[in-house]
Design a protein around this ligand. Structure first.
Ligand SMILES: *[C@@H]1O[C@H](CO)[C@@H](O)[C@H](O)[C@H]1NC(C)=O
Length: 224
């Protein structure tokens, strides 16, 4: 028989052990990049961050459609994201990131949203440039779930030895989920910021957070 104090310390030890087990709990996820995704490699994830699978599909005019698939452990808390955009006539893009927790949970194929060709009655100013942070717009009829007008600015450095600066600018139609992306990495190295714009004027709309801050400031002024 254990003395009461012995029992207590045994209990403490068990609590500690359970605690240690739950904090260092980890599992194996699939990690792959591009064409490796057929030959699934394994990697160990920290349970608290989870695993992701990401599919990016883009078509630029005159080129065969391109696919980018990524899987691995999420470096920080995994946030699911799904959006698509059509920038001018030259660039269509679809992005899907799924998050999951548990051994090999990201083994299956990642999903990106499907494009529709059915007009949805919205028209946006649209253009696409790979040289400048501006372009001359033409009206674009939006389709499917792309009911918002957006402006997209992308910057990055390419993988050439010199590391050339990359610039992308586009306006067009997008899903609502593409409205306020800040620093999202797409196509391997391009960091994008996106803004919803007014369909008529093409100027940026206030984000809900900014407009509620402004409303708050206004109320404060009225109250003081
Ligand atoms: C790219 O083009 C292919 C073939 O026409 C089509 O099936 C796919 O939906 C397009 N993807 C995007 C993101 O536009």
């Amino acid at each position: 028989m254990l003395q009461p104090s012995g029992r207590k310390s045994l209990l403490a030890l068990c609590v500690l052990a359970a605690c240690a087990l739950s904090t260092v709990e980890s599992y194996v996820c699939t990690q792959c990049f591009l064409d490796e995704c057929g030959t699934d490699k394994q990697t160990t994830c920290e349970a608290s961050h989870g695993c992701f699978s990401n599919k990016q599909e883009y078509n630029t005019s005159g080129q065969p459609s391109s696919l980018l698939e990524l899987k691995g452990c999420s470096p920080s808390t995994c946030v699911p994201l799904s959006f698509s955009a059509t920038l001018g006539k030259e660039m269509t893009f679809a992005f899907g990131r799924q998050c999951c927790e548990g051994p090999q949970c990201n083994q299956g194929e990642a999903q990106a949203p499907q494009k529709s060709s059915d007009s949805n009655g919205i028209t946006c100013h649209a253009c696409y440039s790979e040289t400048d942070i501006a372009c001359t717009t033409a009206p674009l009829t939006c389709t499917g779930a792309e009911t918002k007008c957006v402006e997209v600015i992308g910057t990055g450095v390419d993988t050439s030895p010199g590391g050339n600066m990359l610039v992308r600018f586009g306006m067009g139609c997008a899903t609502e989920t593409a409205c306020n992306l800040k620093g999202e990495i797409v196509l391997g190295s391009l960091k994008i910021n996106t803004y919803c714009v007014d369909p008529i004027s093409g100027s940026r709309l206030l984000t809900p957070i900014l407009s509620s801050t402004l409303t708050g400031l206004f109320l404060l002024k009225v109250l003081l």
